[in-house]
Design a protein. Structure first.
Length: 283
């Protein structure tokens, strides 16, 4: 048997063996102590650390960077200019003919106090004071509630009796009204009521004290007729005394002017005439 056929067969077997080893995954072996999970994994038979071969994973991205910029702009909020704290509106709920705070806010971007809407019954206004009380008139001053108000109305009557007298509807900007036709020397109870399309504010549960400035009602007393008569009489007497004093002073001046010496003549005098006048016998 020739030698070359056996040599060719041995070479073919070697190539097949190397091909199988090359196709086998890293980290696997038929040798004991070299399988993954075994304490001897990664060491050769001589106890030395083998040279490990790792993989570097490279990921290719085929994307348009222009689209990424657009997405970034959409997701990331743009910086905005910082603003300072807003100031409160110059709104005074007790000022007469006060402009509504909503109009002030739309004009100056200020802060308004929170108020309820038009569909909610307004809260009670606060009757601040009753001033300029005379025998038949009195001025009532109130403050607006934290509600949407369509208008106001005042109800009043003698203290202890039902408040059956009511004023005409007043506009929402009004904070002052003068009651007229009152009876002199009478105690009155007056209340202010706010209303809108949802309803009317509830009345006071208790009678307020004189000059109360916390609830929607207050009490006051008109001046009596005797006091008015006394004031009028005193004024008339004072006026009469002034007139008499003026007349007396004028008459006194006239008497003084009539009884006084004649005024000296003004100008040059003739001395010859004066001598003849002195030497001339009196008749």
């Amino acid at each position: 048997m020739p030698i070359w056929p056996s040599t060719v067969l041995l070479a073919a077997v070697s190539i097949v063996s190397w091909a199988g080893l090359a196709a086998a995954p890293l980290g696997t072996s038929d040798r004991p102590g070299t399988a993954q999970g075994d304490p001897g994994f990664g060491r050769d038979l001589r106890g030395r650390e083998p040279v490990t071969r790792g993989y570097i994973r490279i990921q290719l991205f085929d994307e348009d960077y222009g689209d990424d910029d657009d997405d970034y702009d959409e997701e990331t909020p743009r910086p905005t200019a910082e603003r300072g704290p807003l100031a409160r509106c110059g709104y005074d709920p007790c000022a007469h003919m006060q402009v509504p705070c909503a109009e002030l806010q739309s004009a100056t971007s200020c802060l308004c106090p929170g108020v309820s809407g038009e569909d909610v019954i307004p809260e009670q206004p606060r009757l601040r004071e009753v001033t300029r009380v005379s025998g038949s008139t009195a001025s009532v001053h109130w403050c607006a509630p934290l509600s949407t108000v369509g208008g106001y109305r005042l109800t009043y009557g003698p203290l202890g009796a039902p408040a059956n007298t009511s004023t005409q509807p007043l506009q929402s900007r009004a904070r002052l009204f003068t009651l007229e036709g009152l009876t002199p020397g009478t105690a009155y109870r007056v209340c202010v009521v706010a209303y809108n399309r949802a309803g009317v504010s509830r009345p006071a549960e208790e009678d307020p004290g004189p000059g109360s400035g916390f609830g929607p009602c207050a009490t006051f007393t008109t001046r009596s007729a005797s006091a008015l008569t006394l004031y009028i009489t005193a004024a008339a007497l004072l006026l009469l005394l002034l007139v008499v004093a003026c007349v007396l002073l004028r008459c006194r001046r006239r008497r003084g002017a009539a009884a006084g010496s004649p005024e000296p003549s003004i100008g040059l005098q003739n001395p010859t005439y004066e001598e003849d006048k002195v030497g001339r016998p009196q008749p």
